[in-house]
Write a protein that binds this ligand. Sequence first.
Ligand code: FAS
Ligand code: PHB
Length: 391
Amino acid sequence: MHIQVGIIGAGPAGLLLARMLHLQGISSIILESRSRPYVEGRIRAGLLEQGSVDLLTETGMADRLYKEALVHEGIELLFDGQRHRIDITALTGRKVYIYGQQEVVKDMIAANLAAGVPILFEADAYEISGIEGDRATIRYRHEGKDEVLTCDYVAGCDGFHGISRDMIPAHLFKGHDRIYPYGWLGILANAAPTRDELLYCSHDNGFALFTMRSATVSRCYLQVAPDENVDNWSDDRIWSELEKRLGKHEGLTISTGEITQKSVTAMRSFVAEPMRHGRMFLAGDSAHIVPPTGAKGMNLAISDIYVLAKALVAFYKKNDASLFDSYGPTCLRRIWRAQHFSWWMTSMLHNSPEASPFDDKRRIAELYTVATSVAGQTLLAENYVGLPFEA
Ligand code: FAS
Ligand code: PHB
C-alpha cells in the first residue's frame, strides 16, 4: 500500500496530524501499536493551552471539550504558609482548559474515523527505511502478519519509547537530557476538587499539585522519589500527605474519596535534534519530554503538529518544500522556551535532595519574587497559557 504520509502513533500528535492533513485532502494512515481501549484509557495530561484549544476548534474536534472542559483564569501558588493567586487571564487575556488527555484522544480518534482516516490499532511498526531515498517504507506487524507501507513522508509521532528517533543517523543526532532527582505520584479520585482553580504547593515535605478533571473528580500529584514504589502509598497515606502539603489555609480543605488510579512518573527534560531527517519528521514526545509541572507535554505535541501540517500542506498544495527545512528550527524555538519554563516551574516548586540550605532559601525567595511582582506574575502567566504558535 502507498500513502502520502505514514504516521506512527495515535497519541495527540499523530491523531491531530492525520486530521489536519485530511482536511486538506492529503492522505495518511496511523499505525498504533496499542488497542483503541488502551489508548483511550491512558491517563496523562489534563491542561490545554488556549492555542491548543483554538487548533482543536479549527479542526472541528472541540465540540465535547466546550461542553465538558473547565475554563480557568487563574492559579494559586502556596508556599511559606501563604497563598498567592496569579490572575493569568487578566495578565495575558488568555485562558487554560482542564480536559483530560484521554478525552482529547477519544475526540480525535472519533473525528478521524468518522472522516474515514484509517487508524490501524495493534499495528506495531518495527522498521522504517528509505527516508533518504525517493520514498519511505514502514514495516509493521498487524493481526499476526508482517505488513509493508510505503509513503512519501513518515511522521514519527510514536512517543519517547517509539522507534522513529533511532532513525536519525548517530553522527547527526544530538540528545539533550536532564534527569530530576524526584518524580510525581499522581492520583485520580472520585472526590470534589479542593479548590476551583489549580493549587501549586511548595512544602518542606515536597511539592503537591491539586488539580481536577471535573467538579467531582480530583487529580492530585505528590513529589516523591523518582523510583518510588506506588505500593508504598495507601490511600490513607496519600490523603494525609496531601493534607500536610496543602498546609493550614483558611477555606482550603481536602475532600477525600475513592482513588481510582495511582501511578508514579519519573521526571526528565529531553530534546532530540534534528527533528527531521530526509523524509521523516519527529513530533511530540518522540522529539522532546518535559517535566509535567508546567503542563507542556501534550501542548508541545500539538504545536509541533501545527508546524508540520503547514509544511506538508505547502508541499502538496504549492509544491513548496521550503518549510520542510525550517520545520525543526521553528519547533525547537518554542520547544526550548517550554523546556525552560517547565524546568523553572519544576525547580522553583520542588525540594531537591541535591539542594543546599542556601538553595532552599533562595528558592523560596524566588517564589516570593514571582508571586509578589506583576512582572514576575506576568512572566509565569505568559508561559503558562502558552506562547504563540509560529507558522
Ligand atoms: P504519545 O506517547 O501520547 O503517543 C505515542 C503513541 O505511539 C502511543 O500511543 C504509542 O502506543 C504509539 N507507539 C509507540 N511506538 C510505536 C510503534 N513502534 N508502532 C506503533 N505505535 C507506536 N503532559 C502534560 O502536559 N501534563 C501531564 O500531567 C502529563 N502527565 C504524563 C504522565 C505520563 C505517565 C506520561 C508518559 C506522559 C505525561 N505527559 C503529561 C506527557 C504526555 O501528555 C505527552 O506529552 C503526550 O502524550 C505527547 O503526545 P504524543 O507525542 O502524541 O505521544
Ligand atoms: C494535569 O491536569 O495533569 C496537570 C495540570 C497542570 C499541571 C500539571 C499537570 O501543571
